[in-house]
Ligand binder design. Sequence first.
Ligand SMILES: [Zn+2]
Length: 284
Amino acid sequence: MSALWGRLAARAAGSTHVVLLSMLAAPFLLAAPSLLAAPSIARAEVGTQAPFTRVVIDAGHGGKDEGAIGVNGILEKNLVLDVSERLTQLLQAENLMVILTREKDRFVPLEVRTSRANDARGDLFVSIHANAAKSRKARGIETYFVSLEASDSASSLVAERENQALGRSGPAALAQDPFLALLGDMISTDHMADSNAFAKLAQAELAQVVEESSRGVKQAPFVVLMGVQMPAALIEIGFLSNKEDASSLRNKAHRQEIAEALARAVVAFGKRYDARRGLDSLAD
Ligand SMILES: [Zn+2]
């Protein structure tokens, strides 16, 4: 764990905000340069020179962090790794380079995922998760891009669950959490419109392969998306708390369909992204 995140963990364990704030500035830049240091300038320079090539795929959870547990026993961490691997193969077949934040059943801290994405200078960050809700009737696919304020209370709960890898679960409203307010300053507004555009493409493609109607594009404070210096979205590929969704997700053919839908969205996004920047796209 980096010094910064160690301190943030200490803050979570009861340190005061004053201590946190006083320790943040300089050590933060040293400890996690790829998270913060001059990202928009560096990315803008790279972005204007290179066509859309590098896709970071972030399979949620892993190792000790199992994520949601399906009503049929499926573990989110295994499910999303499988879909990530399928998506990787499809994108590589489109001549795109894929960077995986994890390749095995291994715990990878959220900030390491962010650093890996930024170090790789990804052109797009796609985080893949599966949902869970108290109501077992909730089902369907939803796509998120980052914001400090959740678009509704259900989205806030989803982000709270997905952020638990930081050890920050609890009843406190995320948007009022000073920790997240600090992280919120790192949300790159440069990429907000592109993140929204990709989220819409992904949700539209996914809506064609799921029986249940689309739950739409939403916004919420997902920590793993906050420091990412590239367009980024998080996909919840179905509810493991719902019997029908969990059953579908157990089916390989359905997982392949999801991966294919995501691959179409990535390719379409890449072409638009390049066209907008006046570049010839590498993807066919
Ligand atoms: Zn998850």
